[in-house]
Design a protein around this ligand. Sequence first.
Ligand SMILES: C[S@@+](CC[C@H](N)C(=O)[O-])C[C@H]1O[C@@H](n2cnc3c(N)ncnc32)[C@H](O)[C@@H]1O
Length: 285
Amino acid sequence: MGEGSDDEAAPRVGTHLASMMTLSEVGIDFDRANAARIYDFFLGGAHNFASDRAQAAKIVAANPDMPRVCRLNRDYLGRVVRWCLAQGVDQFLDLGSGVPTVGNVHEIALRQRPGARVAYVDFEPVAVHHARQITAELDGVSVTQGDLRQPEVVLNDPGVAGHLDFDRPVAVLAVAVLHFIDDDLPAIFRRYRDALCPGSVLALNHGSADHDDPVLAESVRATERGYRGSATPVVLRDRAQIRALLDGFELVPPGLVDPVDWPVPNPDADPIGAYAAVGRVPDRE
Ligand SMILES: C[S@@+](CC[C@H](N)C(=O)[O-])C[C@H]1O[C@@H](n2cnc3c(N)ncnc32)[C@H](O)[C@@H]1O
């Protein structure tokens, strides 16, 4: 859709949205880097602007490992989706879904289970616009512009409430998003959990500097410094704080581990410095 070129003062959005709209008219802030577009840049996408690339350069200067971290994060997301499908969970509420790239949740889900349902939610206009563009013809996919910090609003949005059947298991995905949120996450996730029936799952990962390995811990602190000044600064939490987000869920083995080691240890990949886990809503007694 041409966002990669920000040399023009007001580049045009792809024709699907509205042929005469410009990116600034759909609320895009060109001047302030954000997590969605920086991540897109690290994954090799074209939906980012000069401000994002400048911030990415700052992040890589602080932590040269960041492109690998992003790729391995994305791999974790794919493994989680396949694991859910193998458990018979074929509805996904993807919070902080990001700019679509390769291996998107709906692609994995619809390929393996043609009747699968995916509700994408993100608050970033480029991510939302591009997701709408590539999924417009797909019955099983909805895209909602929303802020996951407002669970009531998200859960009642027609793109979520009208798209997913909460009487059947739903997988809530919160992957590489929670460390951008400086808020009462346990309270927010209690509300999401209360909307889920038994057999539903919450899958998350979250950056943390709480590691025995001082080099790994410092690389995560460096990443946090690299994001300073962006629209989405990083908030690091320790292992116990991340574990608390899964209160009320049964932790699926292997529990809370580095994303590269979920669901089985990966001796070929160094840890990326986050904690990942999948929790299951227990059966009612
Ligand atoms: C690093 S990307 C991760 C994308 C995807 N979940 C993945 O793992 O590949 C983080 C995404 O979370 C989104 N995000 C951050 N805070 C959010 C919020 N409060 N509500 C909704 N989305 C949010 C950003 O816009 C961005 O698209």
